[in-house]
Design a protein around this ligand. Structure first.
Ligand SMILES: *Cc1c(COP(=O)(O)O)cnc(C)c1O
Length: 354
């Protein structure tokens, strides 16, 4: 606490991202980064954009990038909202579309940034427990609400909700915006974007951080009907006129256009996930079915927190959440096969503690 802080700053509970330690030889499987480099075309576009035009402001409307996103998804450019990371897009969504008199609903086990935005913006929310197998049951969302948000696949479980369930949720909640956070959808899910045309209350959020290997560039977007996009543009233009810089716009546009590279790298990650899951199960782990670039796994012979530390001692970094219901699980990012093998080698070396 500090006497110069506003009441808002004093009452915040900030989000804590996974660590980015500088340790030689570290196998880093803790923040769901892509093990493959960004598209060479994206890197070249960033290099090309690194020139004297940086003295000029970028396009405040990001029209070229919006057009690339619209082309990729087969939607109109006025159905696309873009921002400096999907976390920023989500922040605008929370204040612009999800703050209402009735509480916002999201799962009890989900992306831990959601309650942080609620704290920042004074949004009333209620968590809805996942089923015992950590799956999301749409029937449980049949209560008065001012909005609904969840990742699909969910984080940190990796579990996928079928599109039929999302459609049922949209129909049951015509007066609320339903936000589907598709940060991981390209690793095995089906996007809800095709439902946007028929559903005025659907907003789909995506990022270039995971499947497009550009976590360092900070680019995300949302797709919804123009009236939702307009609400978000009002918030954006009350916050930052130029959230995406010239280099980000150039790299992100090229990344959206390089569909061949995108498909090749995400298929490689999917293949490594299948292989990693099988080997973890051979070691006695229970692995939730994942449609993401991570797996959520626990072992009857290991305590979650202790296993995290034992792996850390062997220079393998994974993520553990000290949270009811999931504190025996580890969230393990799918790396290259070589990185997964390093993890598996370390696990074989750690004796069970119970
Ligand atoms: C990684 C992640 C994001 C944030 O992505 P950025 O675009 O890097 O901010 C959003 N939602 C979920 C569920 C994520 O896992």
């Amino acid at each position: 606490m500090n006497r110069y802080w506003s009441r808002v700053a004093q009452q915040l509970t900030p989000y804590v991202p996974g660590e980015q330690p500088q340790i030689d030889g570290l196998v880093k499987l803790n923040t769901n980064e892509n093990p493959y480099p960004p598209s060479p075309r994206a890197l070249e576009a960033i290099r090309q954009a690194t020139n004297e035009t940086l003295r000029r402001y970028p396009d405040p409307d990001a029209n070229v990038f919006k057009a690339a996103v619209a082309r990729f998804h087969g939607v109109q450019a006025d159905q696309v909202f873009v921002g400096n990371s999907s976390d920023e897009v989500l922040a605008h969504v929370f204040i612009g579309l999800l703050k209402h008199d009735l509480p916002l609903l999201f799962p009890d086990v989900t992306y831990s940034f959601y309650p942080v935005y609620c704290g920042l913006y004074g949004i009333d929310y209620r968590t809805v427990p996942l089923a015992d197998d950590l799956s999301l049951r749409v029937q449980d969302y049949g209560q008065p609400n001012g909005g609904i948000i969840f990742p699909n696949p969910n984080a940190p479980t990796g579990r996928l909700l079928p599109l039929e369930d999302i459609e049922a949720l949209l129909k049951a909640n015509p007066d609320s915006v339903v936000v589907v956070d598709e940060a991981y959808v390209d690793f095995g899910g089906t996007s809800a974007v095709p439902l946007v045309a028929a559903h005025p209350n659907l907003l789909v959020v995506q990022t270039l951080s995971k499947a497009r290997s550009l976590a360092g560039l900070r680019v995300g977007y949302a797709i919804g009907q123009p009236h939702l996009v307009e609400g978000l543009e009002r918030v954006k233009s009350s916050f930052n006129s130029y959230p995406l810089d010239r280099l980000a716009l150039a790299g992100a546009t090229a990344a959206m256009e390089d569909t061949a590279y995108f498909d090749r790298t995400r298929q490689a990650v999917i293949a490594s996930r299948v292989r990693l899951t099988a080997r973890l199960e051979e070691l006695g782990f229970e692995v939730l079915p994942s449609a993401a670039n991570f797996v959520f796994a626990r072992h009857p012979g290991h305590d979650g927190a202790a296993l995290l530390q034992a792996l850390r001692d062997r220079k393998v970094l994974v993520r553990h959440f000290k949270q009811p219901r999931i504190d025996q699980y580890l969230r393990i990012t799918v790396g290259t096969d070589a990185e997964c093998d390093a993890l598996l080698g370390a696990l074989r070396d750690i004796p069970p503690t119970r």
